[in-house]
Structures are given as structure tokens and as C-alpha cells.
Ligand binder design. Structure first.
Ligand code: G3I
Ligand code: 9MR
Length: 569
């Protein structure tokens, strides 16, 4: 056993020096022992099969056939696939006709533990209003920024002279220093759902954060930092402010250097409903650890739902002179936020008023994202443990499996074997792939059909290296990783390596960042969205980081880690 661990360490170190690719597209972190393992290769040699050698002995241990050639429309590549799921625990490399074609391949059930923990720990690095000490942040320690104890209303003219609130803590949204309720909602939900699904296992996970010695699990302590901030964003009447930012995006400076006035902007229906859903979920989860907080969260949730029900159509509108993020709802509808809030409040309170709201709102059929949270409710309604009407549960299960079957079929039959739709190549496409993986995991939990689990594995494979650019999109985890993300602390801290564990937005051909003086290099490859990515801090449309991108990565990597090690959700 010891020799195996030494071998893994040597391989990981060796891998960390590997920068040039051998060509085969694989998961650069590795695979669980029972996992589906697929290699994709842009075939440059005529050969019927791929051979896998055990790097310890040098012996060939597995030979598998290469599939027929197929073209992946999103990169224009003609490739062949090989299923090497037969490989068990060990360290390998792949060869075609005697030529090495892959990085080291690690097969071991614990292989995702580090990248999973790093993707969660990243939220600590995003904390506002506190210094990050070397004990918990290592070389990315930094001074505190944004105390947010004097936050004004924008525009100030709309409030009495000197009006201000205290709104400290919370996570910076992304590469900027804004704090946004809409994006917080889905991010908090996704992380807390990982806790709900793997409570026994995740309680043992330490993130090495200042609260690690408390009796509350680290994942809940980290999320609490943002929940405490969210509570400060609720006005006395129950309405919730949409965001807290400066009037304009700051320069690429460290948090403590950004001392411009900060504002809360507009109470909106989507923000208030997202807040209600998140607080209702938190009220259940935190009850055993902090009964008072649980009570406060539920009261805030019910008050928010009431305000949003009385103000159903208040949509964010960027005021003049304000140019930070908008999180403007997709297609103006707030039905999805309403459905999600009612669902979470029903589970927590079992009140009929919430069940009534649920009945009147149809399901959508796409993985959840900040602009359409409908599927977060579908996940809940599809779970018979939540005590919803049986017909409603059946309808939700059918909705879930209809989407999952399309994703599963793409993972099995597309040229790259990936669960990615044509319309997924949006800004933050990597988070869409991660959320597609979560749709597949929910379907696996429901049916125990391993084909869904295999599809979720392929989603993680893509994010960790099995993609045309042969890059693991998570900073610090993989053989070739983003080195220059659009992330102000990583750009301004004077440290070569970016903050670790961050999932960059990923390929997107919108090119919104290609402007004179910014991102001149046109990285967009016409009609090849999977190649339209630029590892440069100018590219906020393909190379930024965000809490709603890391949260589904943390869920996907964490769930596969726990499932690889025997968890039963
Ligand atoms: O919904 C439409 C879809 O129907 C259409 O097919 C597609 C075509 O690309 O566009 C979709 O809308 C896009 C929307 O994201 C949803 O994907 C918009 O064009 C696109 O502009 C919008 O981008 C958002 C971006 O802010 C600009 O508003 C990203 O989702 C969002 O993640 C990003 O969020 C920013 C915050 O505002 C500020 N903090 C950083 C954060 C990450 O970049
Ligand atoms: O840094 C900002 C990033 O968080 C946003 O996603 C992006 C789009 O809203 O805007 C970035 O800020 C840029 C601004 O939009 C234009 N001037 C340069 C700013 C820094 O790149």
C-alpha cells in the first residue's frame, strides 16, 4: 500500500511538471476504480486499439478497441474514443502502436478529494470584510477589504440625507468585489444540497478555515459567512436589495485597496424570492447547530415571500451611473424564483399557502442557472421524501428524467462522449456542464441506473481535462490549468499562481470582452465554441471565476468523491 501511495505522489509531482500534452483527452486528475473511463484521441495513427501500461511494472495490462472516427461539431475535430473502464487501482499511461498518447492516468477511489475540497475552500478566499491569515490562506493570505459598515443607497437622492446600512461579510461574487443576492441564492443552495445529500460523509471534511474547531461542519460554517450577509440585505418591509457594489467596477486591485463608496441597489422580486428559498433551506439545515439562527432565517424567508408575493413584478433595472453586474432575470419572468421559494418554504413549514403556489407554476426543462432556478424546485419535487402530492412528484420525476435521458444519450453517443447541448456554450459554459452533471446525478439517485452516473462522470472529465483544449479548467488542479484568470486578487497579489480551486467560466463565443484596449486578441473561433477560450485576465467572458460556477463543481466533484468511496445518497 505504502509503495502505491509513493507512486501516486511521484506521479502527481511528475504530472505537475507535465505541460506538453501527449494528445489524448482524459480526466487529468484521474478516475475512481469503478468509474466509467473514456479517452478521446484525434487520431493521427491508423491503429485498431489502445494499450494501457502499468507505470510501476511497465507491463501492458489492458488493450481496448478504438471507436470509429466521429466529428464533434463544437470543435470541428474528428476523433476516436476508447473505453478503458476495465483499469482498476493503479497508475497508467496509454499507447497507440507503441507511441505514448496520454498523461499519467491515476485510478484510485480518493482521487477527487483534493480538487473537491479546494473547490469548496475557494469560498473562504472569496470572503469580504475579513483578512485571510497565512494559517488558513497560505501564500494567498491578504488584508481585509470592504468592511461594508457604511453602505449607502444608490442613487443616494432617493433616501433621506445620510441614510446607510451595515452589510458586512458575504462572498465576493466573482472576479469583481460585488455581492449579489441572485447569484448567492443558487450558489448557497447548491453547496447546502451537497450537505443534505452526503451529510454523514461531509461532516468529516475539514476545510482548514478559522471556524474549523467549532461543532458545526466546516461546509456550513463557510456558507454561514454568506448567509449572515444575505440577512443584512433584507429591508424592514421584507423586500431584499438586489446587490451591494461600488457604482463602477474597481480597477484590478486588492480588496483593501478598493475604498470607493459602496451601495445597495433596488429591492427586486427575483432577489427577494431567491432569498426566501435560500433562507428556508438554511432554516432546516442549521437548526441542530444554531436554533436561533434557524428561527431568524425562517422568519426572514416568510417575510420575503410575503413581500415578493405583494410585489410580483419588480425587475432589476440598472440605474444611471451604475455599471456593475445586473443578474437581470432571464426573459423577465419570476415564476421560477416563485416556484423555488414556495417549494423550499413548503418543505420547511408544510404550510398549505406554499403548496398552493407550487401547483400553479409549470416546470421548465433545462439545468438550473442563476436566471432560471425552476429546476432547483424540480429536484425537490421529484424527491418523494419531501412529502409532495404523488402526482406532482411523478410529474417532476418525468421532467427530471426527460432532460437526463437527453444528456445521458449525448454522453454515450456524441463524438467526445460529453453531456453538452448546442445551446450550452454561454458565458459561464463550464458551470452549465457542471449543472448538467448534477441533473444526471439526481437521476442516478432516483433510478440507480449507472448510465446516469457515467454521464455525470463525463461532465467532470470535461472540466478536468477531457476537452479539445486539453486543459483542466480548475486553477491548480491538473497538468495544464488556467494561470491568468479574471480574478482581481489573483491578478494583484503579486503571486505567480492564481488562487487555487477556481473553475473558470470556460469557452464562449460571445466575445463580450473583445473591445479596443481590452482583449484585442480575438480568441473566438467562428462556430467552434468549444475552442473559444482565452487564458488571459482580460477575458471576463471566458476566463473569470464566480461563486455560481464553483458551487456546481464542488457538488459534482464532492458527490463523485463520496460515491466512489461507498456513500449511498
Ligand atoms: O439567456 C440567453 C440565451 O437565451 C441565449 O441563447 C444566449 C446567447 O449567448 O444568451 C443568454 O443570455 C446570456 C446570459 O448571461 C445567460 O447565459 C447573456 O447573453 C449574457 O450576457 C449573460 O452573461 C452574464 C454576464 O454576467 C453579463 O451580464 C453571465 O451569465 C453572468 O454569469 C455574468 O455575471 C458576472 C456579474 O454580472 C458580475 N460579477 C462577475 C460575474 C461573472 O462574469
Ligand atoms: O471585472 C468585471 C467582471 O466581473 C464582469 O463580469 C465584467 C462584465 O460585466 O466586467 C468586468 O469589468 C470590466 C468592465 O466591464 C469594462 N472595463 C474593464 C473592467 C475590468 O475588466
Amino acid at each position: 500500500m505504502k509503495s502505491f501511495i509513493v507512486l501516486i505522489l511521484m506521479a502527481t509531482m511528475a504530472n505537475s511538471q507535465i505541460t506538453t500534452s501527449f494528445g489524448a483527452k482524459i480526466n487529468q486528475i484521474g478516475y475512481g476504480e469503478q468509474a466509467k473511463k473514456v479517452l478521446v484521441y484525434k487520431n493521427d495513427v491508423e491503429a485498431p486499439s489502445v494499450e494501457f501500461k502499468d507505470l510501476a511494472s511497465g507491463n501492458a495490462v489492458l488493450t481496448v478497441p478504438l471507436s470509429a472516427e466521429a466529428t464533434w461539431e463544437f470543435s470541428g475535430e474528428t476523433v476516436r474514443k476508447a473505453d478503458f473502464s476495465g483499469l482498476k487501482k493503479g497508475l497508467y499511461a496509454a499507447y497507440i502502436a507503441g507511441k505514448r498518447i496520454s498523461d499519467n492516468i491515476v485510478v484510485q477511489n480518493n482521487v477527487y478529494e483534493d480538487v473537491f475540497k479546494a473547490s469548496l475552500k475557494w469560498f473562504y478566499y472569496q470572503r469580504a470584510s475579513t483578512a485571510l491569515s497565512p494559517e488558513f490562506a497560505g501564500k494567498w493570505a491578504r488584508a481585509a477589504g470592504h468592511p461594508d459598515t457604511n453602505v449607502y443607497f444608490y442613487p443616494e437622492s432617493e433616501k433621506p440625507e445620510g441614510w446607510k446600512i451595515k452589510s458586512p461579510k458575504g462572498w465576493y461574487d466573482a472576479g469583481d468585489y460585488g455581492k449579489y443576492i441572485v447569484n448567492s441564492g443558487i450558489s448557497v443552495f447548491t453547496i447546502l444540497q451537497l450537505y443534505e445529500h452526503f451529510e454523514k460523509e461531509i461532516k468529516k471534511i475539514s476545510l482548514n478555515i478559522p471556524e474549523s474547531k467549532s461543532k458545526t461542519p466546516d461546509i456550513l460554517e463557510e456558507v454561514r459567512w454568506n448567509l449572515d450577509w444575505m440577512l443584512t440585505m433584507q429591508d424592514a418591509d421584507g423586500g431584499v436589495y438586489h446587490k451591494l457594489t461600488t457604482a463602477r467596477f474597481s480597477g484590478h486591485i486588492m480588496p483593501n485597496m478598493d475604498t470607493a463608496k459602496r451601495y445597495v441597489v433596488m429591492k427586486t422580486t427575483p432577489a427577494t424570492m431567491d432569498f426566501a428559498a435560500t433562507m428556508a433551506q438554511a432554516a432546516r439545515i442549521y437548526k441542530p447547530f444554531d436554533a436561533q439562527f434557524s428561527k431568524t432565517a425562517l422568519a426572514a424567508a416568510e417575510k420575503a415571500f410575503e413581500w415578493a408575493s405583494k410585489n410580483p413584478g419588480i425587475i432589476y433595472k440598472q440605474p444611471d451611473g451604475m455599471n456593475t453586474g445586473q443578474y437581470h432575470p432571464h426573459g423577465e419572468t419570476v415564476k421560477d424564483e416563485h416556484l423555488w421559494a414556495a417549494t423550499e418554504l413548503y418543505i420547511t413549514t408544510k404550510k398549505k399557502i406554499y403548496a398552493k403556489a407550487i401547483d400553479s407554476i409549470p416546470f421548465t426543462s433545462n439545468a438550473p442557472w442563476w436566471g432560471d432556478v425552476n429546476f432547483l424546485a424540480v429536484y425537490r419535487l421529484a424527491d418523494s421524501k419531501n412529502g409532495f402530492d404523488k402526482n406532482l412528484t411523478k410529474k417532476a420525476q418525468d421532467t427530471l428524467l426527460t432532460l437526463a435521458n437527453m444528456l445521458r444519450d449525448l454522453a454515450e453517443n456524441s463524438a467526445y462522449g460529453l453531456p453538452i447541448f448546442k445551446w450550452n456554450w454561454v458565458w459561464g459554459s463550464n458551470s452549465v456542464v457542471a449543472n448538467n452533471g448534477i441533473v444526471l446525478l439526481h437521476s442516478y439517485y432516483l433510478t440507480k441506473d449507472k448510465r446516469y452516473l457515467d454521464g455525470a462522470q463525463r461532465a467532470l472529465d470535461y472540466l478536468l481535462g477531457a476537452n479539445p483544449l486539453d486543459i483542466s479548467y480548475v486553477t491548480g488542479y491538473g497538468n495544464r490549468t488556467p494561470m491568468d484568470p479574471h480574478h482581481r486578487p489573483s491578478e494583484a497579489d503579486g503571486i505567480f499562481e492564481p488562487v487555487p480551486g477556481m473553475l473558470v467560466g470556460g469557452p464562449h463565443e460571445g466575445g463580450q470582452d473583445i473591445k479596443p484596449g481590452n482583449c484585442e486578441a480575438n480568441y473566438v473561433k467562428k462556430e467552434k465554441p468549444a475552442l473559444s477560450y482565452l487564458d488571459h485576465n482580460c477575458s471576463y467572458a471566458s476566463n473569470e471565476v464566480a461563486i455560481n460556477w464553483n458551487a456546481p463543481l464542488a457538488y459534482l466533484a464532492g458527490a463523485l468523491h463520496f460515491l466512489n468511496n461507498g456513500a449511498k445518497p
